[in-house]
Each structure stands twice: as C-alpha cells, then as structure tokens.
Design a protein around this ligand. Structure first.
Ligand SMILES: *Cc1c(COP(=O)(O)O)cnc(C)c1O
Length: 424
C-alpha cells in the first residue's frame, strides 16, 4: 500500500493534498506520512516476534524529532552517531538505556557525555577507542557496556559510497584482528564486553551479504567464547534497501527468516539498526517549477528544490522517481528533461533525462522516496533556508520543522568587533 497516491487527479499524502500543504507552508518542503512510518515499523515489530531481539532506529537517516518520537512511542531504541543525535533521541523521549552509540571517531568529550547520560551500549571500532573509553569511564567511575564492531569483509553489492563492510572501508575491526581487540577490551577494567556488532552497508537489496557476514561473525563468536569472553549480544546493524526505481528488496519477514536460521542456537540477543528502510519510502520532497528552459539537447525544468535540499542524486548518483503533483492526462505527450535546481553548480540536479508530461511555471513536482538521507543532509548553500518538514497523519498535518527566516539565518553569525558598524 502506498501512502502517496493520486485522488481526483491530485497527489495526496494520506488524506491531505500536497497542494494544500504547499499553499500553507510554501515550497520546497519535505512531507512524511505517519501511516507509512508506522507500517514500516510494524514490519520489523512483526519480523522479530519470537526472536530475542530489539530494533534501534538509526536516526541519521532522518532525525526529525517527530519522526524519532513516533518510533520511540512504538518501542524503538535509537542508534546514534553523535552526541547531537543523542540529545535528539532523549528529547524525543527515547530512554538512554535504549540508545546505542555507533561511529568510527568518537571524541573523549562525546564518550563522556554518552556515559553521563547513561546510553545503553557503545559500539567500538578501534583499539585506540577502547583505550579512550576505558580512560573516560574510569574518570567517571563507571563501567561501560560495549560491543566491538567487526568488519566481516563481504561485498554488500551496493554503491561504493555506502558500502562499509569491506576491508578497504574505514569501519569496524578486521575479523583477523578482532580477537586481539577483544583481548584488549577484556583487560581494560572499566569496560564490559557485551557482544559483537557489524553493519555492512546501506541500500542492500539481497540477504546474501547478511548471510555471508553472519556466518563469519558466528565463527568469530565461537572463538571469542573459547577465549573466555561473554558474548551475549549480536548487533546486526542496518542497511536494508528500499524501492527508488525497480529494486526488489527482500521483505523484512524474508530477511528475519534468514537471520533466525543463521543465528539459531547462538544464544545471543539480536539488535537491528534500520534507518533507511523505516523512513525512506515514507517521505517525499515537493518543489515548484520556477521556469522551463528549452535547450537544443534537452529541456531544463528549473524547480525551487535543489541539491542543498536533496543531495543524493549528486552525491550517490541516486535515482529518485519524480511525479507531477497534478496528475497528467493519460494521453499527455512527454518531454525529455532534466529536473534541476537554481544553484550555481552543474551538479545541482534532482533527475536527468526523464520523460515527464509537460510542466509549466507554478506546477508542483514530487520527488519520491526522499524520507531517508534527505532533509538530514540538507544545507543552506547559496543562503537557501533549510526546507521545512511536515508530518501528515490521516487528514491532519503539522509542520515539524519550520523554514528558518533569512533573519534567523543571518542572526547566527557575528562580525568581529573591529568590523562592527555603530548603529545610528
Ligand atoms: C548508517 C548506519 C545504520 C543505518 O543504515 P541504513 O542503511 O539507513 O539502514 C545502522 N548502523 C550503523 C552503525 C550505521 O552507521
């Protein structure tokens, strides 16, 4: 079931016409469907039934407070990669004990803040970090629950910029060095090893790499136990793919069946850290056509949403479906066009070489599957205000992050004292 559908020729998010939101909020804006978010969560909640497992939402995919609270209220923990995200998780109502702190480069001050807040688990990615955390925990007089993230060296068969589980990636500790790292962790007095973690990439569309990785980590867990470590948790990470074009990612039920089979008898509590899969298809970006510029090679449709709002096409060569908000007549001819923003960069495009029904100034377009790694990666390049975020729930909608005014943007900056001009 899609939560974004045409009704009477107008694209709706659930029961709200996107054009109605555009009139009240202005463009560009992000729109999230609460129903779609709940449906995505339910797949995971159903999928882990019967397993000793929990789900921690990887907030970096979309850290909007309302989105995080929606998952938290349904029982989600949070996977965070910064202290900023920790404060968001807490502000959204997720208990500290349900927070997992991941990331390849945590500063001592950040580790201190996490321990002071009482986060439930810290995933460590290097021997140096083990030493740092041990020192910080000692200063605070606490024992930190940790896992060590290992790098199972499998090919996730995804885009180079979002694969993380190969030896040449910066993430995790190589399997052949893992026992040494666990031995070090075992010797450090202020750390308590609770398990092993992995995360092999993002936008995975088959379960095979997970299976291969679990097989390797399972073997490691056996060795670690023989070495005398207590390994109670296996954090499997996130990475499940969504539909942008014609991908056919596995259902959560299929994925969980494979995980259940491969971890059977292991005696570990499992953790999952999905990000994209929970939010990606639940969000869209809406923009308005500024003007249409016919060229000799192709037509450029210039819209008011740009690479600063959604950088995925530029950064990952990502393909996003683009639809007119007012449904085209079935017999309407199409034109070959690039949908581009107004930013002074040739890389500023949302889509290239698309066949779309003719668009004119003032028409609205919708960029699909923009709920993950969309708004969170936004910038104010060209002094363009961050696009607001809107949540729809049935026939209700609310702005969950307003568009900043230009005055608000400028007021965050200061002149050096010697450049101040005295006010008259
Ligand atoms: C990014 C990340 C995730 C989430 O990845 P998705 O592809 O969005 O599911 C989970 N765990 C860790 C450690 C991550 O870095």
């Amino acid at each position: 079931m899609s939560f974004f559908t045409y009704k009477n020729g107008e694209m709706h998010a659930e029961g709200v016409a996107l054009a109605t939101i555009a009139t009240q909020v202005g463009t560009p804006f992000y729109c999230y469907s609460a129903g779609a978010l709940r449906a995505a969560w339910k797949e995971f909640a159903d999928g882990i039934k019967g397993l000793n497992a929990s789900v921690c939402y990887a907030m970096k995919a979309n850290s909007n407070l309302a989105v995080v609270r929606l998952f938290g209220d349904m029982g989600a923990g949070a996977d965070i990669v910064s202290v900023g995200e920790m404060h968001r998780a807490l502000a959204a109502g997720i208990p500290a004990g349900r927070i997992i702190y991941s990331g390849v480069g945590k500063k001592p001050s950040e580790l201190m803040a996490a321990l002071e807040a009482g986060v439930g688990q810290i995933n460590i990615e290097s021997s140096a970090e083990l030493e740092t955390l041990n020192a910080v925990a000692g200063q605070l007089g606490v024992k930190a629950d940790i896992t060590i993230r290992v790098n199972p060296d499998v090919d996730a068969k995804t885009h180079a910029k979002i694969t993380t589980g190969r030896k040449e990636n910066k993430f995790g500790i190589d399997l052949d060095l893992a026992r040494e790292a666990f031995a070090l962790a075992g010797r450090l007095p202020n750390l308590k090893v609770v398990g092993v973690a992995m995360h092999i990439g993002s936008q995975l569309t088959t379960v095979t790499p997970y299976r291969d990785a679990i097989v390797r980590v399972r073997e490691l867990i056996g060795q670690l136990r023989a070495d005398g470590h207590k390994i109670d948790r296996f954090d499997i990470g996130g990475g499940l793919g969504i539909v942008y074009a014609d991908e056919r990612p596995p259902s959560i039920a299929e994925f969980m069946a494979v995980v259940a089979r491969e971890t059977d008898g292991l005696g570990c509590e499992l953790t999952f850290e999905p990000g994209r899969r929970l939010v990606g298809e639940a969000g869209v970006l809406v923009g308005e056509v500024i003007l249409v510029k016919p060229g000799s090679a192709k037509t450029f449709v210039i819209v008011d949403a740009a690479m600063n709002d959604l950088i995925r096409p530029t950064l990952y060569e990502a393909w996003h479906d683009i639809l007119p908000v007012r449904q085209a007549r079935p017999e309407a001819a199409t034109i070959r066009c690039d949908i581009v923003g107004p930013i002074c960069e040739s890389g500023d495009f949302l889509a290239q070489n698309r066949d779309l029904p003719p668009l004119a100034a003032g028409d609205l377009i919708m960029v699909r599957s923009a709920g993950a790694y969309g708004a969170v990666m936004g910038s104010s390049y060209n002094t363009r205000p961050l696009a607001p975020e809107v949540m729809v729930d049935g026939t209700r909608f609310a702005v969950t992050r307003p568009r900043p005014t230009i005055e608000e943007m400028l007021s965050a900056e200061r002149f050096p004292p010697w450049m101040e001009k005295s006010k008259a």
